[in-house]
Structure formats: C-alpha cells, structure tokens
Design a protein around this ligand. Sequence first.
Ligand code: HEC
Length: 151
Amino acid sequence: MIRYLSVAALIAASATIAYAQGATGTAAITERKAAMKAVGGANKGLTDMAKGDVAFDAAKAAAGFQTMETNFVKAKALFPDDSKTGGDTAALPAVWEKKADFAAKMDKAIADAKTAATASKDEASFKDQHKQVVSSCGGCHKDYRVPPAKK
Ligand code: HEC
C-alpha cells in the first residue's frame, strides 16, 4: 500500500512538473496573476447576473464559467518552485508547502466551473451553481493568498 501510494505520488508530481514547464520564475507569476485576474473578471459579470443587476443569460453564464475553468487550468500549472517570491506575488509559501492540498482545491474549482457551465439552465440553477463555484475562492485564498490591501 505504501509503495503503491508513493508511486502514485511520484506520477502525480512528475505530471505536475511536466505541465508546469511553460513558464518559470517571474514569468509564471505574471501569467498566473493574469489568469486569476481573468477568473475575477468573469466572476464580476456572473456576480452581477446572480444579484439581478444584469439579466440572466444562459449563454453568457456558460461563457463566464468556461473562462473561469480555462484560467483555473492555466493558473494551476503556473506555480513552479522557482516562483515562490518576486514579481509582486501574493501567493503564500503554503502553496509549495501543501502542494497536494493546493492542487486538490484547484481541481475542485476547475470541476465546479466546468459543471456550472453546463448546469446553469435557468436563473435558479445558475444562482445555485454560482454559489457553489464562488465557495471555492475564499476557501483557497484564506490559506494560500495574502489578502489584498483594502483600497
Ligand atoms: C486553489 C486556489 C485558488 C482558488 C480556488 C481561487 N484562487 Fe484566486 N488566487 C489564488 C492565489 C494563490 C492567488 C495569488 C497569485 C499570485 O499573486 O501569485 C490568487 C489571486 C487572485 C486574484 C488577484 C489576481 C491579481 O491581479 O494579482 C483574483 C482577482 C482572484 N484570485 C480571484 C479568484 C476568484 C474570483 C476565485 C473563485 C471563483 C478564485 N480566485 C479562486 C488561488 C486561488
């Protein structure tokens, strides 16, 4: 069992490394901040819709969740070991200290956004889906991001 687990962990780790080869160092920081910003931008539109400030539109809702999913996938691959500091990053050391938990939280956000894109059939289901998706934001930021300064 122990041997099985460690092999699985190794495979998971090498898959992560292979995937993260795109950007390194401060380039990775710049790219992941841009990806998270795109998640935030998509969420702004979805939040306005959930509050009723903007009329519900199934196609727009799906597109918003898809933008989130795509950018979560991008961001997940942009935390290489050489990007712990610099580039004005707000990522906490915990990202690298608890890699498996961080990756699991990212995977959950990706899965929830993907589900939401197809499950938001009408206004009520959209609101439920949006609630589910945004529940992952604070859960991850609390442990892994320096809270943004109040402006
Ligand atoms: C699995 C972890 C995780 C989840 C889930 C997550 N975030 Fe983040 N987010 C981060 C981390 C880490 C940073 C800091 C990145 C950095 O500065 O290097 C960040 C940064 C941000 C930023 C700032 C980007 C910038 O301009 O620097 C925004 C906006 C943001 N997240 C929005 C969201 C929203 C909205 C959700 C939910 C829909 C969400 N995040 C879900 C981990 C997460």
